[in-house]
Design a protein around this ligand. Structure first.
Ligand code: UTP
Length: 290
């Protein structure tokens, strides 16, 4: 079955990036000249997604404005002959069919995804975590969708993380099938004790789920941090029918923490035609003083 729907949860409080995220959603923080969420929508589109549901909450209307048409701005750029700037914005509203729903209470990622039930219906769908930007030649979501086509089970986008970092992420029980493809039979969110760590492989930002996840989410109790965790619901799926895990090829940037935002801006900036030269020179000079 062709997967055409994606859900982007973007209703978190972004407390790790305060004060920047007091009024500005972290999903709108820029990487050089584009907000994080636009990179995510572009990855979805490059992976064959046509319909996107963004989960928002109070104060996140700016995301809807970003993916809307901006006639006044377009007219003004056109009159001024600023064609490069016009080209950069005029097709954003046409990227995909984007809808929005509010998560009234911030009760966790699993709770946010459960808001997507009527949008998803009976189809498998992709969840793209709104603060994980993945950049590279091969869209991560496409790699996951291809694995769903091959194995017919839910798919997790994974990468290894450090022993220190695993406490803040999920930890997966995996067995290699071939190359970058694994079978996953269990997982735990934010393991605090060494004996709870199943491996250093963690879910980073992308999953393909069957619609059965909604029935599981309905009875998922609050877990780590008192939140309804998507990982806890997926663990039930992994234990009962097994899931596939794919170590995706492209690079993931964590826009949910300050260092991740700086890394994304520097690395993307070093490849950006307008600023790469100036930034490289600046970094070389700066490095001499460090
Ligand atoms: P995070 O746990 O990183 O988001 O969730 P957060 O709560 O904003 O993080 P803190 O406050 O800095 O620790 C990952 C993704 O899930 C969304 C977030 O917006 C983020 O894109 N999310 C999280 C929701 O949509 N709803 C929630 O209740 C929690």
């Amino acid at each position: 079955m062709k997967i055409t729907k994606a859900v982007i949860p973007a209703a978190g409080l972004g407390t790790r990036v305060l004060p920047a995220t007091k009024a500005m959603p972290k999903e709108m923080l820029p990487i050089v000249d584009k907000p994080a969420i636009q990179y995510i929508v572009e990855e979805a589109v490059a992976s064959g997604i046509t319909d996107i549901l963004i989960i928002t909450n109070r104060g996140k209307g700016i995301m809807e404005d970003h993916f809307d048409k901006a006639p006044l701005l377009e007219d003004s750029l056109e009159k001024a002959g600023k064609t490069d700037q016009l080209d950069a914005i005029k097709d954003i509203h046409n990227l995909a069919n984007i809808q929005y729903v509010r998560q009234i209470e911030t009760k966790g990622l699993g709770h946010a995804v459960s808001r997507a039930r009527s949008f998803v219906g009976n189809d498998p769908f992709v969840v793209m975590y709104g603060d994980d930007v993945i950049i590279g030649d091969i869209p991560a979501t496409k790699e996951l969708i291809d694995a769903y086509g091959t194995f017919g089970k839910g798919v997790l986008g994974i990468k290894p993380v450090s022993e220190e970092a695993i406490k803040k992420y999920s930890s997966l029980k995996v067995e290699n099938i071939h190359d970058n493809v694994f079978k996953c039979t269990d997982m735990i969110e934010k393991p605090q004790r060494k004996e709870d760590v199943l491996s250093l492989y963690s879910i980073l930002g992308r999953v393909v789920l069957p619609p059965e996840i909604f029935d599981i989410l309905d009875h998922t109790k609050p877990g780590a941090g008192g939140e309804i965790q998507l990982t806890d619901a997926m663990a039930e799926l992994a234990r009962s029918c097994g899931m596939t895990a794919v170590e995706f090829t492209s690079k993931r940037y964590d826009m949910g923490n300050k260092l991740g935002i700086l890394q994304a801006n520097i690395e993307v900036g070093l490849k950006h035609p307008e600023v790469c030269e100036g930034l490289r020179e600046y970094l070389k000079e700066l490095a001499k003083t460090l």
